[in-house]
Design a protein around this ligand. Structure first.
Ligand SMILES: Cc1cc2nc3c(=O)[nH]c(=O)nc-3n(C[C@H](O)[C@H](O)[C@H](O)COP(=O)(O)OP(=O)(O)OC[C@H]3O[C@@H](n4cnc5c(N)ncnc54)[C@H](O)[C@@H]3O)c2cc1C
Length: 343
C-alpha cells in the first residue's frame, strides 16, 4: 500500500447550498507534513460502493494553506452521479475516509502576480483556495468572474462578500447569474476581461464554460502560457487498489535520473513503459491517482532530455511550457532524461 494513502476523519460538514456540501477533515499532528498543499491542489477520496467495492473521486481543496489548519473539500451533487451523491448523503461528523495526499498542478507559480480567476458552479472550489491564499499571502490584484445558474447555487457567496470588504483595493468579484443575464458569451467575457490579458489566469468549471473562457481569452490576447485549466472529471481507475505493474518487453532503455522525495535515483527506463510503472515496480513511492492521464497527480518536471506522453487529458499549454509531463503516461524519447517530482 502506498504511503500516500491515509485515513482522515471528518470533523464538520457544512451545507453550502441545496446541492453542495463542504467536508472538513482534521489532520493529525503526525500527518501534517504529508498533507501540506498548495492552493489549487486536490485530494483523491475513496468512496465505498456495494457494487464495485469502492470508487475514487478527486475533490479540490477549497481551504487555504495560508489560513486553515483543517482540509476542506467542497462536493457538488452531479445529477445521477454515484460518488458526489454518496458523499453528500452519507458523510457526517466522525466519518473516516481514505484519501490520497494532495496533488495537482492547478497552482499559481507565485501569489504575488495579478490573478484572473474564472469559475462556474463547483469550479469555484480550487479558485476559492487560490483567491484566499493570494489575498492573504500575496501582493497582486485578484479579479474573479464567478458564473452560476442562479443566486441559490452560489457557493461561498457570504465568504466572498466578506473578502470584498476586507480587500477592497485588491479583490474584484463579478457574479454572473444565468437567471439574470443568460449564459456568458465570448463577447460578454471579452468585454469584462479586456484589461486582464497579462494576468496569470485560472479557469475551472463545466466544459462549455471553459471553452467560452478560452475563446474570450484569445480575443483579448492572453498568451496560452498564462492560461491554467482544471478539468473536473471522474476517475476511471482505482488508485486505492493494489497495483500490478506489467513486465517490460522493451529491448532498449533510456538512462534516467529521477529526483523524488529529496533524493536522486538513477534508473534504466524501458522505452515501452510509463515512468510511473517503472518507479512503482522498483518500490519507489511516486505520487499518482488516476494512472490514465486524467488528473495530474503524477505531474513532474522534465529538467533535461525528451519524453512523450501516450495520453494527456489534463495538462494544458501553460503546464507544458513549464516542462511538466505525466509520469503515468510518459515514455522516454531521448537517450538521457532528468526528471524531478517537484509539484
Ligand atoms: C482534479 C479534479 C478536481 C475536482 N474537484 C471537484 C470539486 O472540488 N468539487 C466537485 O464537486 N467535483 C470535483 N471534481 C469532480 C469529481 O471528481 C467527480 O467527477 C464528480 O463529483 C462526479 O462524480 P460522481 O461519481 O458523482 O458522478 P459520475 O462519475 O457521473 O458517476 C457515475 C458513475 O458512477 C458509476 N456508479 C453508479 N452507481 C455506482 C455504484 N453503486 N458503485 C460504483 N459505481 C457506481 C456509474 O457507472 C458511472 O460511471 C473534480 C475532478 C477532478 C479530476
Amino acid at each position: 500500500m502506498s504511503s500516500r494513502v491515509h485515513t482522515l476523519e471528518v470533523v464538520e460538514v457544512i451545507k453550502e447550498t441545496d446541492e453542495a456540501a463542504s467536508l472538513v477533515f482534521a489532520v493529525p499532528d503526525e500527518l501534517v507534513e504529508r498533507f501540506r498543499y498548495h492552493p489549487g491542489q486536490f485530494l483523491t477520496v475513496e468512496i465505498p460502493s456495494d457494487r464495485t467495492g469502492s470508487v475514487a473521486r478527486c475533490y479540490s481543496l477549497s481551504s487555504s494553506p495560508h489560513l486553515d489548519d483543517e482540509l476542506v473539500v467542497t462536493v457538488k451533487r452531479t445529477i445521477d452521479g454515484y460518488g458526489s451523491n454518496w458523499l453528500c448523503d452519507n458523510v457526517s461528523v466522525g466519518t473516516r475516509l481514505r484519501v490520497l495526499t494532495p496533488s495537482g498542478v492547478f497552482v499559481p507559480k507565485t501569489l504575488d502576480a495579478d490573478l484572473l480567476l474564472l469559475a462556474a458552479g463547483s469550479g469555484i472550489t480550487p479558485i476559492m483556495s487560490i483567491a484566499k491564499s493570494a489575498l492573504l499571502a500575496g501582493a497582486g490584484n485578484v479579479y474573479l468572474v464567478y458564473a452560476n445558474v442562479g443566486i441559490e447555487s452560489v457557493i461561498f457567496g457570504a465568504e466572498l462578500a466578506e473578502m470584498i470588504v476586507e480587500f477592497p483595493d485588491r479583490l474584484q468579484v463579478v457574479h454572473w447569474l444565468e437567471s439574470e443575464r443568460g449564459l456568458p458569451t465570448v463577447d460578454d467575457l471579452a468585454e469584462l476581461l479586456v484589461l486582464c490579458e497579462r494576468y496569470d489566469t485560472f479557469v475551472c468549471g463545466p466544459t462549455p464554460f471553459m471553452e467560452v473562457c478560452r475563446a474570450a481569452l484569445q480575443v483579448i490576447g492572453t498568451p496560452d502560457k498564462h492560461v491554467h485549466i482544471e478539468k473536473f472529471q471522474s476517475l476511471t481507475g482505482d488508485p486505492f487498489a493494489d497495483i500490478v505493474v506489467a513486465e517490460s518487453s522493451a529491448t532498449s532503455t533510456a538512462a534516467a535520473t529521477i529526483e523524488i522525495d529529496g533524493r536522486s535515483i538513477d534508473i534504466e527506463w524501458p522505452r515501452d513503459t510509463p515512468l510511473l510503472d517503472v518507479l512503482l515496480g522498483k518500490g519507489i513511492d511516486a505520487p499518482y491517482s488516476c494512472r490514465a492521464g486524467e488528473c495530474s497527480a503524477c505531474a513532474c518536471t522534465v529538467r533535461s532530455g525528451e519524453v512523450r506522453m501516450r495520453k494527456n487529458d489534463t495538462l494544458v499549454d501553460a503546464d507544458l511550457a513549464l516542462g511538466l509531463t505525466l509520469a503515468c503516461q510518459a515514455v522516454p524519447v531521448s537517450e538521457r532524461v532528468e526528471i524531478a517530482f517537484d509539484q
